[in-house]
Design a protein. Structure first.
Length: 364
C-alpha cells in the first residue's frame, strides 16, 4: 500500500473539491509515493506528533487541521510549523489533512458528533447548493443498458440513499454524416432515423470530468449528443452541520451534562437557559456560528458547536440553547472516522491514534 492509495481512499470519502476556498486540505508533504509502513491519526500536527510518528515507524500522518494554512516563505526552523516540515522531509513522512472537506460530508465531523450523542434521523443541517448537474444524452435503444451501466459505475445516478437512478424516454433521432464520417448506424451522406433512448441522470459537479470521459469512451456514436444542465437542487449528502433528534426529550440541564460527559468537556458555555425540553439538536464541529440562524429555522431546541463569540449568544433569542464545547472537543472524534475508513480498506495495516495529542486550550 502506497501514499497514493491512502490519498485516494480519503478523497473517495471526502473529495478535495468540497473544501472551502480558504482551506488547504490534501497532501501537504509527499514522500515520493513510498510504501506505507504505518499511519498516525491526529487532529493537529505538532512536534510531539512528529516524534511519535518516528517512534511508531509511521511514514504517513493523517490530520484534520492542515499543518500549512498559508504560504511558507522560508524554512529556517523558527516556528513549530517549519520544524515539522523539516522533520517530515528529512524522515520521508507524508502529511495529509482532511479539513473542511471532511466537515462537509454526511458521515464526517458533524456526523460522528450525532452518533456520539445518540441522535436519530440525522440529516445535513445546511445542504450544499449549486453542486448538482443533470446529464442528458441520447443513445440507440439496443446500447442504452450498457451506457447506463458504464455511467453508474463512475458515480452518475446517485440520489440520497439510492443509486442507479435514471429517467429514460423513447423517441427518434435523425442525422446525416458527411463523407468523412464513420457512423455507428446508417451510412455516410445518407439521412438516417434511429430509435433512441433519452437518458437523464443526476451527478455531483465534481464528477463532471470523470463522467464526461466515461460517456465519450462508452457511447457508440462517433459524435454523441449530450448536455450537462446546472441544477438548483441542494445535495442532501453534502453540506455543513447535522440535525437529529433524541428518542426521548431531556431537560436542558441533562443535555448539558450529557454533552460534557460525551465530549470530555470540563466546562461548556451556553446561552441563558429557558428551562425547556431538548429533543431536536443541531450540531456543527469546529466554528459553527454561521449556522445559528439555520438551526433556528430548522426548529432545533439546541445547537452544539464551538468558537462562539460573545455577541453570538444573543442570537439565541430565547429560541434555542446555544452550547459551545470548544474546538478540540467538537472535532476530536473525526480521528475515529479516519481510522474506520482506512482500516476497512487495509485491515492488516499498522494504524495508530496519537497518544501525544493534547488540547492546546486549557481550562482552569
Amino acid at each position: 500500500m502506497r501514499t497514493k492509495d491512502i490519498c485516494n481512499t480519503i478523497e473517495e470519502f471526502a473529495p478535495l473539491c468540497l473544501q472551502e476556498d480558504w482551506d488547504n486540505a490534501g497532501l501537504l508533504i509527499d514522500n515520493g509515493n513510498a510504501e506505507i509502513t504505518g499511519v498516525l491519526f491526529c487532529l493537529d500536527v505538532t512536534e510531539e506528533i512528529m516524534k511519535e510518528a518516528l517512534t511508531k515507524k509511521c511514514n504517513f500522518i493523517l490530520s484534520h487541521h492542515p499543518l500549512i494554512f498559508s504560504g511558507v516563505k522560508k524554512i529556517t526552523g523558527s516556528t513549530y510549523i517549519e520544524r515539522c516540515v523539516m522533520s517530515a522531509i528529512k524522515n520521508n513522512i507524508a502529511i495529509y489533512a482532511a479539513h473542511t472537506n471532511a466537515d462537509s460530508v454526511k458521515n464526517g465531523v458533524s456526523g460522528v458528533m450525532c452518533n456520539k450523542l445518540g441522535l436519530e434521523n440525522c440529516t445535513i443541517l445546511s445542504p450544499q447548493e449549486n453542486s448538482l448537474l443533470k446529464l442528458v444524452t441520447f443513445v440507440p435503444k439496443q446500447q442504452a443498458g450498457d451506457l447506463r451501466g458504464a455511467l453508474f459505475e463512475v458515480g452518475a445516478g446517485h440520489i440520497g440513499n439510492y443509486d442507479d437512478c435514471s429517467f429514460n424516454s423513447f423517441g427518434e433521432g435523425t442525422f446525416r454524416g458527411n463523407e468523412e464520417s464513420k457512423p455507428f448506424v446508417g451510412k455516410a451522406n445518407i439521412f438516417h432515423t434511429e430509435s433512441e433512448v433519452r437518458i437523464e441522470m443526476i451527478l455531483p459537479t465534481y464528477l463532471k470530468a470523470k463522467i464526461e470521459s466515461k460517456l465519450l469512451q462508452s457511447h457508440p456514436y462517433e459524435e454523441p449528443a449530450y448536455d450537462f444542465i446546472p441544477l438548483q437542487n441542494a445535495r442532501k449528502d453534502v453540506g455543513f452541520g447535522m440535525i437529529g433528534t433524541f428518542k426521548t426529550e431531556i431537560s436542558e440541564e441533562d443535555f448539558i451534562q450529557k454533552v460534557k460527559d460525551t465530549f470530555g468537556a470540563e466546562s461548556v458555555r451556553t446561552s441563558p437557559l429557558q428551562y425547556k425540553k431538548i429533543k431536536k439538536v443541531a450540531v456543527c464541529g469546529g466554528s459553527g456560528s454561521f449556522l445559528i440562524e439555520t438551526a433556528k429555522i430548522r426548529k432545533a431546541d439546541a445547537f452544539l458547536t464551538a468558537d462562539l463569540k460573545y455577541h453570538d449568544f444573543f442570537k439565541a433569542e430565547n429560541q434555542l440553547l446555544l452550547t459551545d464545547i470548544g474546538h478540540f472537543e467538537s472535532e476530536q472524534f473525526i480521528k475515529e472516522v479516519f481510522f474506520d475508513l482506512i482500516s476497512k480498506k487495509m485491515p492488516t495495516f499498522a494504524l495508530y491514534f496519537s497518544e501525544k495529542e493534547v488540547n492546546c486550550v486549557h481550562y482552569f
